[in-house]
Design a protein. Structure first.
Length: 255
C-alpha cells in the first residue's frame, strides 16, 4: 500500500512537472547524455526550432548547434559544474535560419536516462541589433578616417574620445596615445588653455563656434592658418556629452 502511495505521489509530481514545462514561455529541451538524442521539447521549443513536438524525440541535438566546439565547451562546463548558466550560442532552426540563445542547463534523470535539461533564452534580436550597430560604427569610422579635415570628439571632461587620421598626423601621435588625454596632456599649457576656452565658448553658445588660429605643425614645423569649428554634443537626455571639432588648413586661401 505504501509503495502504491509513493508511486502515485511520484506520478503526480511528474505530471505537474510536465505541465509546468509544457506551458513555459521559453524553449525547453531535454536531451540524453549518452547519445545526444532529444527526449522531450515543449511547445515553445518546437516553434523555436521549427519542428513538431511529436516528431522531436529522437532528433540529434548537435544538428541544431552551429558550432560543434561550442557544444563541446557547453557539455564540459556541465560535466565540471553540474549546471550551466547564460551560455551564449548560435543555433539553427530546421529551416537553417540562425537563432542566438543564452542557454541555462542542469543534469537530471529523465525516464530512467541521464539527461540535460536546457532552457533557451532567445537573444537573436539583441545579436542582430549589436551586429547592425557594429556595421554602422564601422561605416562611420571609415567615413571619419576618409575625411581630409581633422576631426575629433572630446567627452564632457575634455578628454579625447575619438580622432581621425588627419588629427593624428597633426599631433604626430597614434590614436592610442591621444584617446583619453586632454589638451593639457598634448599641448603646452598656454595653447591647451586656449583650446579649452574655445570648447567652453562653444558649449556656452549652444551651437557652432568658429575660430581661426596660426599654429606650427609638428610634422615639419610649418606655420599654418587653421579654421576650427566646434559644436557641443548632447546625449539623449539633452545633457552635455562632449564637443565635436573639425579643423582645416586654410593657409593657401589667405596667401
Amino acid at each position: 500500500m505504501l509503495f502504491r502511495s509513493e508511486e502515485a505521489a511520484h506520478l503526480a509530481s511528474e505530471t505537474r512537472f510536465r505541465l509546468v514545462v509544457e506551458n513555459a514561455e521559453m524553449p525547453v529541451v531535454i536531451t540524453a547524455i549518452k547519445d545526444a538524442t532529444v527526449l522531450f521539447i515543449n511547445q515553445c521549443a518546437a516553434r523555436y526550432f521549427e519542428v513538431t513536438q511529436a516528431g522531436a524525440p529522437g532528433l540529434f541535438a548537435p544538428d541544431y548547434w552551429r558550432d560543434p566546439e561550442a557544444r563541446a565547451r557547453f557539455l564540459q562546463l556541465l560535466s565540471d559544474h553540474g549546471k550551466v548558466e547564460g551560455f551564449e550560442v548560435e543555433l539553427a532552426a530546421r529551416s537553417g535560419q540562425s537563432r542566438w540563445a543564452r542557454v541555462s542547463a542542469n543534469l537530471i534523470d529523465f525516464e530512467g536516462r541521464r539527461a540535460v535539461f536546457a532552457v533557451f533564452g532567445d537573444i537573436t534580436a539583441l545579436k542582430e541589433a549589436a551586429a547592425q550597430l557594429g556595421r554602422e560604427r564601422t561605416f562611420l569610422r571609415t567615413v571619419l578616417q576618409t575625411v581630409p579635415d581633422m576631426v575629433w570628439v572630446k567627452d564632457a571632461e575634455g578628454r579625447f574620445a575619438a580622432c581621425n587620421s588627419a588629427m593624428q598626423r597633426f599631433l604626430q601621435a597614434e590614436e592610442s596615445a591621444i584617446i583619453g588625454k586632454t589638451d593639457y596632456d598634448l599641448f603646452p599649457a598656454e595653447e591647451a588653455e586656449f583650446y579649452r576656452a574655445q570648447d567652453r565658448a562653444a558649449v556656452d553658445a549652444g551651437g557652432l563656434r568658429v575660430n581661426r588660429e596660426w599654429v606650427t605643425t609638428r610634422e615639419n614645423g610649418r606655420r599654418v592658418l587653421i579654421e576650427a569649428t566646434k559644436t557641443p554634443m548632447l546625449n539623449s537626455e539633452g545633457r552635455l556629452a562632449g564637443v565635436v571639432g573639425v579643423a582645416r588648413d586654410i593657409t593657401a586661401a589667405h596667401l
